[in-house]
Design a protein around this ligand. Structure first.
Ligand SMILES: Nc1ncnc2c1ncn2[C@@H]1O[C@H](COP(=O)(O)OP(=O)(O)OP(=O)(O)O)[C@@H](O)[C@H]1O
Length: 800
């Protein structure tokens, strides 16, 4: 979490007094500075170097300030930040009787004079009442450090009056905590205040000359706040604590007039406060690496409350009388040093995995209930959604084997888990078979590394490796895949996996299929032996076939199991039988195309001849014209040129040829277009003929008959092997299901959906508010419900 650097805030609070030393203590107009002036001591001579003026700048001076304003200035922001996850510490420091306890706890007799602790408690519970999206729990502890001893002010006392739990300060990655200190859950302000008052009565108090009820110990009242809220399915947890510390009074021993026990206490107090001061000085020095927190119990406990990741505020309580000016100076120095300390408050968020699991479990149970409701509405009462038991898995496995052997035609599918298990079992079977094939291949062939060129070329020389593909040469053996166990009556003809190849037949196991079973692309397989292997395989297979129950072999099966005819032979057969019609059309189109092509070449030839004739006549005409012009031209009475008969005939001939050329050219263009179209038809027919033949060839010779039968309509292979009504159930999405349900359930059809939805929402709202009110009634304080109650109530909202 991103941390922003802050300084510790320090305030000074002046205890009201009738003898306020106006000449000694002066407040600045900004209400943040305070000046102290001490007159030179005349008794110490004319030359007196002792400093007489001090100026202190703080975050605020609280002079004649009410408890309420003090809280607003000092604590309110810190408490509201604690409610969003920042730790906070407020500490009152000052001489005995300066008003620390008054500031921190206040006068318990009067509400108006209550101090920071009761006000903080009130602010926390007010915020809880207002919060809606998180569940906040509050706990309280009250620790006292008296003469370097840890005391639990809220512990259950033994008959001797002492707590039976040994306490110790423990450092852990999350911070410092006091082992053995009791932490009490409180459900409201009253509960928390009860604990405060109970703790107050247990504090060690002594009377001395400066304060009738002087607290002789350091007291730390801690409010632990935990808010849980959901972000999607995560439950997040924000933990924070507010330490409210009332330090024991710092006093000069000579002044208190103490002796005996009280004197000893004062010595302890002064020692721990002096350690606290050293810590403050060390914390304020950025170069200091080691901070001696463990020097005293007080500093150790405050390790993560001082200048750590928390908001820290100090209130320096001072007395306004001139008599106490030395103590006042000391307190103001302490406060100023505190201000130098830098803190980096961070929000303490954790992910509550336990809470998340609980929330998800609740969600699952709700969804199960909803699913059960849907199932009962669509009469699917037998469906369960629990994980499959071992017995159920075994049952599915046995069903699959029966199905593959053809003993049953369908596998009953009840729910999605079962579908998954069926697929899993199929996968296992396929994997097992692949392993078996590989094992068999390995037993017959040797693997050569693809980069081992010497061995490959040696193998090629003896002719046992295919030069192009580096694969097994197939003249030796043929490998037939056995994808599914055959039916008992088919076993005899199909169980052999290796057998001698017959002349003119091709392998049914393609290079790709084979490669799928090869261990690596960088390896080459060659047969260990050639003829020996063939012989051995034949023997093995015969032995295997003999072991199977012998059943008559059907005609179709024998067709499938024997070697298929070559494609050329099969194609001739196909053209005569199934493909005869398309073959006829193909032939017709082809002959039309041929005729058009012939005609086209004839026309083209004729055009060329015409062109030549035109050229010749043009030349003859030119010669005629030249001859005429040499002899002198004759014109008639109208001035028209007179030509002889030969020239006239040539002109007529040229005209006829040009006409013929135009016609032939047009015919050639038409023929070209026709040829293009015919060619397209012929190509189409050819493709159709080939694709039809491929299908026919595969169905007739490559696919086992029982698979062909199963594929026919009425056969037992259907999508997903799931009964069709269940397929629908599985494939429907939420929307489809909802719409179908509407049609079944809603008498007035889908138009009434909005009406029913609105009614349902209203019903749920009422249930929710009824729950809320009953929870409020159950609770002793009206208008307040517990976190658990809210949780329960909100679960109704989840349904909505
Ligand atoms: N701001 C104030 N307004 C009114 N009365 C005050 C104020 N500050 C202190 N007093 C009163 O002064 C007396 C001494 O105050 P308080 O007990 O709070 O001092 P203290 O600093 O806690 O002393 P000690 O360290 O000895 O416990 C109390 O009677 C208290 O009511």
């Amino acid at each position: 979490m991103h941390a922003v650097e802050k300084k510790v805030r320090a305030f000074v609070r002046v205890k009201p007094t009738a003898q306020f030393a106006q000449d000694v203590i002066k407040f600045g107009p900004d209400n943040k500075s305070i000046d102290i002036y001490i007159k030179k001591d005349a008794k110490k001579g004319v030359v007196n170097n002792k400093q007489t003026d001090w100026s202190f700048k703080l975050d605020g001076v609280l002079h004649n300030t009410s408890q309420e304003l003090t809280y607003e200035t000092v604590a309110k922001k810190l408490v509201s930040e604690a409610l969003v996850g920042y730790n906070g510490t407020i500490m009152c420091y000052g001489q005995t009787g300066a008003g620390k306890t008054y500031t921190m706890t206040g006068a318990t007799a009067e509400y108006k004079h209550r101090g920071i602790i009761p006000r903080a408690v009130q602010q926390v519970f007010k915020a809880i009442t207002r919060s809606v999206d998180s569940f906040i729990t509050v706990r309280i502890s009250y620790l006292e450090i008296y003469n370097e001893t840890l005391c639990d002010l809220l512990s259950t006392m033994t008959s001797s009056g002492a707590s039976d739990v040994q306490m110790a300060i423990v450092d852990c990655p999350q911070g410092v905590y006091v082992k053995g200190l009791s932490i009490h859950s409180v459900s409201d302000e009253e509960d928390a205040l009860n604990l405060l008052f109970e703790g107050e009565t247990n504090r060690v108090i002594a009377e001395h000359t400066l304060n009738k009820n002087s607290s002789r110990s350091h007291c730390i009242f801690t409010i632990y706040i935990q808010s849980r809220f959901r972000v999607l399915s995560d439950v997040r947890c924000i933990n924070s604590k507010i330490n409210l510390i009332d330090l024991a009074g710092s006093e000069r021993l000579s002044k208190t007039g103490s002796e005996g026990r009280v004197l000893k206490e004062a010595a302890y107090i002064n020692k721990s406060l002096s350690f606290l001061e050293q810590i403050i000085i060390a914390l304020a020095d950025p170069k200091r690496e080691h901070i001696p927190f463990r020097q005293s119990k007080l500093t150790h406990v405050l390790k993560d409350s001082l200048g750590g990741k928390c908001n820290t505020v100090l209130v320096a309580n001072i007395c306004g009388e001139a008599l106490h000016v030395e103590e006042t100076l000391s307190s103001l120095r302490f406060a100023t040093r505190m201000k130098w300390i830098t803190t980096e408050p961070v929000i303490n968020v954790t992910y509550d995995s336990e809470g998340t699991v609980k929330a998800l479990e609740k969600e699952i149970s709700l969804l199960k209930q909803e699913l059960a409701m849907h199932d009962s509405l669509v009469n699917r009462s037998l469906v369960t959604y629990d994980p499959l038991t071992d017995v159920q898995v075994a049952e599915i496995k046995s069903q699959i084997h029966k199905y593959l052997q053809g003993d049953i035609d369908e596998i009953d599918i009840m729910n999605f888990r079962q579908v998954q298990e069926v697929f899993r079992q199929f996968k296992l079977i396929v994997r097992k078979q692949a392993d078996e094939v590989e094992t068999r291949l390995r037993s017959k062939y040797v693997l050569i590394d693809r980069n081992d060129f010497a061995t490959i070329s040696a193998a090629q020389k003896v002719g046992i490796v295919d030069v192009d593909h580096h694969l097994l040469k197939r003249q030796d053996v043929d490998i037939i895949p056995t994808p599914v166990p055959p039916k008992p009556d088919e076993k005899k003809s199909r169980t052999s996996s290796l057998r001698p190849k017959k002349e003119g037949t091709k392998s049914l196991f393609s290079g790709r299929d084979l490669a799928a079973h090869l261990p690596s692309k960088s390896q080459v397989i060659i047969p260990t032996k050639s003829l020996d292997v063939k012989e051995k395989a034949r023997n093995e297979d015969t032995a295997h076939i003999d072991a199977q129950p012998s059943k008559p072999v059907s005609k179709e099966n024998s067709q499938w199991s024997s070697s298929p005819p070559s494609r050329a032979v099969a194609f001739e057969q196909f053209k005569k039988e199934c493909g005869s019609e398309i073959n006829r059309i193909f032939k017709e189109n082809k002959s039309i195309l041929l005729a058009r092509r012939k005609r086209s070449s004839t026309v083209a030839r004729r055009i060329n001849i015409i062109k030549q004739e035109i050229e010749d006549i043009k030349k003859a005409l030119e010669a005629q014209r030249q001859e005429r012009s040499q002899q002198g031209e004759y014109v008639d009475e109208k001035g028209r040129l007179i030509i002889d008969e030969k020239e006239f005939l040539l002109i007529m001939k040229l005209k006829d040829l040009k006409e013929e050329y135009r016609c032939s050219y047009a015919e050639l263009q038409d023929l070209k277009a026709e040829i293009q179209y015919c060619q397209h038809l012929v190509d189409q027919c050819r493709n159709k003929l080939i694709s039809e033949f491929e299908i026919w060839y595969s169905e007739s010779f490559l696919i086992p008959t029982y698979v062909q039968n199963a594929l026919k309509s009425g056969g037992n292979i259907r999508p997903g092997m799931i009964p069709i009504n269940r397929v629908m159930c599985l494939e429907e999405d939420e929307q489809d299901r909802f719409e179908r349900m509407q049609e079944v359930m809603l008498p007035a059809g889908p138009d009434s959906v909005s009406f029913y939805k609105a009614k349902m929402k209203t019903d749920q709202k009422h249930t929710y508010s009824r729950t809320m009110s009953s929870l409020k009634l159950m609770h002793k304080k009206p208008g307040h419900i517990t976190a658990a109650g809210k949780d329960k109530a909100l679960s109704f909202l989840h349904v909505t």
